[in-house]
Design a protein around this ligand. Structure first.
Ligand code: NAP
Length: 289
């Protein structure tokens, strides 16, 4: 990739951000399509976020991704919000056009597109059990509802957050087919019999000695297992793989949400195969079944 005086800037704001995989596949996509653009990781401390966002206009950025811990704080710093960003209250992509900054949330769409295209799972009229009720759970549940999910079981260590998520879906998307499961009751067989899709949106599994989230005996034939974690093969995915259940890890969602950001910035179709290939070369695959 040749960096010239004309090269336009994109990147990711995060803190910390040096572990980010996005530069690998975004730059591969720019290069493949011959776009005069570059993607860099920008470590932005929370106290510097406002000035960093203002600098996007100064330096004529095409746009940026926004990751932990800035996804909520950046909402009030952009000029306008896309519908999904407004509904979810988080922004993970900013586009700079005509001197204005528009915030988008592409996590939910990235999740659903990867589930349908990579996982070949259609959520319509199915039941899903979502573990966790944080930022990614909001994006995942919103996307599942928009894609016609029939029923959602919500289970979180802090019960009130699962209740708040159910209330959010009712208020914002008029979706009422939800059931909150006590975290301590999650191993009960009765909980699992009607579940078609399991999504782990908690951070449990990121570290080797994390507690067991789901017992192997609850992973029944036909269950689709999606773990948003992408830094390692979790116990949950190891068991799904052993039982030959269809499954995906978080790298799939990462690439697809990055593909949507790419399309917002460039107006071109994201070369997903190239992006996946770049990531696989760097990391060793998407962990598909
Ligand atoms: P978050 O808003 O901080 O939510 C964290 C969730 O994990 C909460 O529901 C929390 O429960 C739960 N949790 C944390 N420690 C726990 C424990 N020891 N036992 C049980 N539950 C626990 O984080 P997030 O933004 O949703 O991200 C969560 C995970 O998704 C991270 O691993 C992140 O890397 C991954 N993620 C992946 C992608 C992707 O593209 N693949 C995108 C976004 C996020 P409490 O409410 O009880 O604290």
């Amino acid at each position: 990739m040749e960096i010239k005086a004309t090269t336009r800037l994109t990147g990711v704001f995060g803190y910390p951000v040096r572990h980010s995989l996005s530069p690998i596949f975004q730059n591969a996509a720019f290069q493949y399509l011959g776009l005069d653009m570059v993607y860099v990781a920008l470590e932005v401390k929370p106290e510097d976020l406002e000035v960093a966002v203002k600098a996007l206009k100064v330096f004529d950025f095409v746009g940026v991704n926004v990751t932990i811990p800035h996804k909520k704080a950046v909402v009030s710093l952009v000029d306008e919000l896309d519908g999904e960003a407004q509904e979810s209250g988080v922004v993970n992509t900013i586009c700079c056009r005509g001197g204005r900054l528009k915030g988008y949330s592409t996590d939910g769409q990235g999740f659903i597109r990867s589930l349908k295209e990579e996982g070949r799972f259609s959520p319509e009229n199915k039941s899903a059990l979502v573990l966790g009720a944080g930022g990614s759970a909001h994006a995942v549940c919103g996307a599942l509802v928009r894609s016609g999910i029939g029923h959602l079981f919500l289970c979180n260590r802090t019960r009130e957050k699962a209740v708040a998520l159910a209330d959010h879906l009712k208020k914002n998307l008029s979706f009422t087919s939800t059931e909150v499961i006590e975290f301590s009751q999650r191993h009960r067989k009765a909980v699992w019999k009607d579940v078609d899709l399991l999504v782990n949106t908690t951070s449990v599994g990121m570290k080797e000695n994390d507690p067991l989230l789901v017992r192997e005996e609850n992973l029944h034939p036909g269950l689709f297992v999606y773990d948003l974690i992408y830094n390692r093969l979790t116990e949950l995915l190891r068991n799904a793989r052993k039982l030959k259940l269809p499954h995906l890890n978080g790298l799939a969602m990462l690439v697809y949400q990055g593909g949507i950001s790419f399309e917002l910035w460039t107006g071109r179709k994201a070369p997903l195969a190239i992006m996946k290939k770049a990531l696989a070369k760097y990391r060793g695959g998407l962990g598909k079944a």
